[in-house]
Write a new protein. Structure first.
Length: 460
């Protein structure tokens, strides 16, 4: 495949607003010379719905602009793009850039009238914000159109329920086609626990009791989780929901001064204060994972894909000694936080149907299998169960079992609000204060005020 580079100024030349940020960023063009973007909102009226038999070549000769976010999935997809162009006759102009930069770019792009036809989206951060802004095209009608959706796509039957739920709005709109869902998992040192006649905890009481039993500093710490501001919000939110409450009331108001919130705060911050290594307020997933992999901690919970390093003898001292289990149940509910990504079509793209065809291909069973073989867990059951995948597994069976169970029952790990990053900062500071000795209600009262103020400004 011959490629040439096109400057970002070329790609975004329809918007003078974007010219100032164009320097230095390059757009890769697959297979053909660049052509002008297809215009923004109002550039053309939406075409009538396609009819007739499904045909991958329906939009042959067209060019679409795709924005990807750098990660193992998108890097694998880059190598497969020639297959899409051969299959469909569509030319793909794409950019694959880091997450924060990509989020900034899509925001500026929509403000400038729109040149991106489809894009990678992280639903746990962008779902509420992008849907409120009207940036996602509802894909439900396209999915239901047999002229545009291959019968083999099997959206309902093959894609896990947690993944489909994450890309669906409260009104039933489908904002994206799921790529992968990353659930959280509980990691325990099964060798050390078994020496004391213990096994991985199944509920909060057992979690606290085992942490206390195993805690023997500085040789071994009983427990660890994220303590760094913002990063720590996920663990607290999981515990709060496990107590039967949530950060929002049913009418979407701040809800951080309940008895359940105090219990969740005392549990999350209290366990870190009692059983985690010193300096845990500065620990994100990297520091937590490293401490666990080096045998310094008995128990830990985080995203399941971080566990691959535990079974890598080059970086881990605990290979073969980790138990992978579902997150412990709270007094009221058993919750598994999940985080889903997807491919979305721009609501103002004049090329929505060919862009949808790209999203469909990128998340199809065939591409999911290739991603799975490349080491990227996907949202498709068929990819997980394929013989070529199961026969070449590098992780313990318990890891696979928990991953699949979590995809069936998982829930979004953070509240669906526009200001989800701000929420993480607000509650993250409160958690750190309690770790350092502040009363939970005092910290939560301050967080409640800041959270309510933020919601009033953003949830309009």
């Amino acid at each position: 495949m011959n490629q040439r580079q096109m400057t970002r100024r070329d790609f975004l030349r329809t918007s003078a607003t974007l010219a100032g940020v164009a320097a230095g960023t390059m757009m890769l063009t697959a297979c053909a010379p660049a052509v002008a973007p297809g215009g923004g909102a109002g550039a053309s009226q939406e075409a009538p719905a396609a009819t007739g038999a499904f045909d991958w070549q329906r939009f042959a000769g067209q060019t679409i602009n795709v924005l990807l976010t750098k990660n193992p999935w998108s890097e694998t997809l880059e190598t497969l793009l020639p297959e899409f162009e051969t299959l469909t006759g569509i030319t793909v102009q794409y950019e694959n850039i880091p997450e924060i930069q990509a989020r900034q770019k899509i925001t500026v792009d929509f403000a400038g009238g729109g040149t991106v036809d489809c894009f990678f989206t992280s639903l746990h951060v962008e779902k509420r914000r992008f849907s409120a802004a009207g940036w996602y095209k509802d894909l439900s009608e396209l999915l239901a159109n047999s002229s545009l959706t291959d019968a083999a796509y099997d959206y309902e039957g093959d894609i896990f329920g947690a993944s489909r739920s994450a890309v669906t709005g409260v009104d039933g709109a489908v904002y994206a086609l799921p790529i992968f869902t990353d659930p959280w998992c509980y990691f325990s040192r099964k060798d050390l626990l078994s020496e004391k006649g213990l096994s991985a905890p199944t509920n909060f009481d057992e979690m606290q009791s085992i942490a206390e039993t195993m805690h023997n500093p500085p040789t071994l710490y009983g427990y660890i989780a994220r303590g760094l501001k913002n990063a720590n919000a996920i663990g607290f939110t999981w515990m709060l929901r496990s107590y039967g409450s949530d950060v929002l009331t049913p009418d979407r108001q701040a809800n951080l001064v309940t008895d359940e919130a105090v219990q969740a705060m005392n549990l999350y911050a209290g366990m870190l204060s009692k059983y985690a290594p010193p300096g845990v307020v500065n620990f994100n997933w990297q520091e937590c994972s490293s401490a666990f992999a080096q045998g310094q901690v008995a128990m830990y919970f985080d995203g399941i894909n971080f566990a691959r390093q535990f079974e890598n003898p080059e970086v881990s001292t605990i290979v073969g000694n980790v138990d992978y289990t579902l997150m412990p149940a709270g007094p009221v509910k058993a919750i598994v936080p999940t985080f889903t990504t997807g491919m979305a079509v721009s609501a103002i793209s004049p090329k929505a149907e060919p862009a949808y065809l790209f999203c469909q291909w990128a998340t199809s069973p065939e591409i999911a299998l290739k991603q799975q073989l490349a080491g990227v867990g996907t949202s498709r059951r068929s990819a997980w169960e394929a013989p070529e995948v199961t026969s070449g597994a590098t992780m313990p069976q318990a890891w696979t079992d928990v991953f699949l169970q979590s995809l069936e029952v998982g829930e979004l790990g953070l509240p669906e609000i526009v200001g989800v990053t701000e929420y993480r900062d607000i509650i993250g500071v409160a958690i750190q204060r309690v770790i350092e000795g502040e009363d939970a209600m005092v910290a939560l009262d301050q967080a409640q005020k800041e959270f309510a103020d933020m919601l009033a400004k953003t949830e309009v």
